[in-house]
Write a protein that binds this ligand. Sequence first.
Ligand SMILES: Nc1ncnc2c1ncn2[C@@H]1O[C@H](COP(=O)(O)OP(=O)(O)OP(=O)(O)O)[C@@H](O)[C@H]1O
Ligand SMILES: [Mg+2]
Length: 226
Amino acid sequence: MNSILDLQSVNKTYQSGGRDLTVLDNVSFSVETGASIAIVGPSGSGKTTLLGLCAGLDRASSGSVELHGTKLNGLTENQLAALRNRYVGFIFQNFQLMPTLTAIENVMVPLELRGEKNVRPVAIDLLDKVGLADRSHHYPTQLSGGEQQRVSLARAFSNQPQILFADEPTGNLDAETSEKVIQLLFDLNQQAGTTLVLVTHDLDLAARTQRIVRIKGGKIVSDARV
Ligand SMILES: Nc1ncnc2c1ncn2[C@@H]1O[C@H](COP(=O)(O)OP(=O)(O)OP(=O)(O)O)[C@@H](O)[C@H]1O
Ligand SMILES: [Mg+2]
């Protein structure tokens, strides 16, 4: 498979205050398997919305999204969830950790959902990689923003996704932690061949990917190889 992700003429509109708000306007692009790309653009331009559609977390109003050779449009919620669990890792802008689970339990969930056994050592190893081995029994409210972000990263890595979507993965991190996280992301891309799709305001980070897609007012305004 040459491209792991393919969008054709995707539109997303929300109903807001009795009128339609177009958030994504005729977006088409595809991402080659194993590539690293950054999506950049002003606040409110549609980046998070776009990532959600690409990852099968949300549905387009029209147009088609194909992920790992499967068209998402016709799938049921269960089929979408199964596809995500199998191929997709997602790091949310607001982390979305489960508040009633500890750090290690949050990391174990996707593994357990896949029916894997003996997942604790795998989760410990992942938390260790993001520098949080000593926080594994903390609940999200007992972690700092950057720590929650790193748990979210470990969780996204846990099922060895074919494609990883990360929404502002370094947004809340200090320079040193940020560099560690970036290194982990690119290691995953280079060693495991995981396709990386990053949304970032950090232009230095964007420049380290192979390709920068710029979006403004819901439209792609440029798409360039770095
Ligand atoms: N559920 C919703 N209902 C109505 N409007 C929405 C909804 N979700 C997002 N929007 C609007 O869609 C637009 C794009 O939002 P989105 O979150 O994709 O922006 P973004 O590019 O990720 O911005 P940021 O850089 O601030 O994270 C915004 O104007 C937002 O207000
Ligand atoms: Mg956003």
